[in-house]
Design a protein around this ligand. Structure first.
Ligand code: MN
Length: 218
C-alpha cells in the first residue's frame, strides 16, 4: 500500500513537472553565430542583447504568467490581451524574435517585386524609406522600436513605438524593425544612435522582409 502510494506520488510529480515545463517559453536561438553580424553589430553586443536582455524578457515573462490564465496562451495572444509588466515582457520577447530573424550575415541587399513597388509607391524610393526610418529612429525619445508596417488597407507606413509597443496591437503587419533601445547599440556606437541605425541596413535581409510582406497578403 505504501509502495503504491509512493509510485502514485512519483507519477503525479513527474506529470505536473512536465506540464509546467511545456507551458514555458524558451529563448529562440539566434539564427546565426554571435559574431556573424560584425562589424555592424559586435559579438559583445549580440551576446548581451540576445544572451542577457532577450533571455531576461523570456525568464520574466515565464515568472509573471505562472499560475495565471496567460500560462496556456500563445505569445501572440498574450501580447494582444495583456497589459502592464506581462505585456511589456511578452511584447519584448515577440519584438526581439522578429528583429533577430530579419537580420542576416548574408542578407539580400535590395527589395524586389511587389514589396519594391509598394515602397516606391509610398516613399518614392528605398533610399527615401531608409532616410525616413532613420529619422524616426533618431527622433524617438527614449527607448523603443521603429517599424515598417503594412496597414489593413495594404499601404505601407512607418510606426514609432515607445518601450515594448508593437504593431501587433494595432492590426498592422510588421515587415521590418529597428531596435532603438540603447542596449541594441551602446557598446558599439555609444551615444551615436544615428550611426547605429544607418549601419543596421547592411544586415537587414530583404528576403525576410519580402516574406513578411507576402505573409500579410494571405
Ligand atoms: Mn533590444
Amino acid at each position: 500500500m505504501l509502495l503504491l502510494l509512493l509510485i502514485l506520488t512519483l507519477v503525479t510529480m513527474t506529470t505536473s513537472t512536465t506540464t509546467a515545463e511545456t507551458r514555458k517559453f524558451v529563448l529562440a536561438p539566434l539564427p546565426y553565430a554571435y559574431d556573424a553580424l560584425e562589424p555592424e553589430i559586435s559579438e559583445e553586443t549580440l551576446r548581451f542583447h540576445h544572451g542577457k536582455h532577450h533571455a531576461a524578457y523570456v525568464a520574466k515573462l515565464n515568472a509573471l504568467i505562472a499560475g495565471t490564465p496567460y500560462e496556456t496562451m500563445s505569445l501572440e495572444e498574450i501580447v494582444a490581451k495583456s497589459d502592464g509588466a506581462i505585456f511589456n515582457n511578452a511584447a519584448q520577447v515577440w519584438n526581439h524574435n522578429f528583429y533577430f530573424a530579419t537580420l542576416s550575415p548574408n542578407p539580400k541587399t535590395k527589395p524586389e517585386r511587389a514589396l519594391l513597388d509598394a515602397i516606391v509607391r509610398e516613399f518614392g524610393s528605398v533610399e527615401n524609406l531608409k532616410k525616413a526610418m532613420n529619422e524616426a529612429a533618431v527622433n524617438l525619445f527614449g527607448s523603443g522600436w521603429v517599424w515598417l508596417v503594412e496597414n489593413q488597407d495594404g499601404r505601407l507606413s512607418i510606426m514609432s513605438g515607445k518601450n515594448a509597443d508593437t504593431p501587433l496591437r494595432y492590426d498592422m503587419s510588421p515587415l521590418l524593425t529597428i531596435d532603438v533601445w540603447e542596449h541594441a547599440y551602446y557598446i558599439d556606437y555609444r551615444n551615436a544612435r544615428a550611426d547605429a541605425v544607418k549601419a543596421i541596413w547592411n544586415k537587414i535581409d530583404w528576403q525576410k522582409v519580402e516574406d513578411n510582406y507576402s505573409k500579410g497578403k494571405k
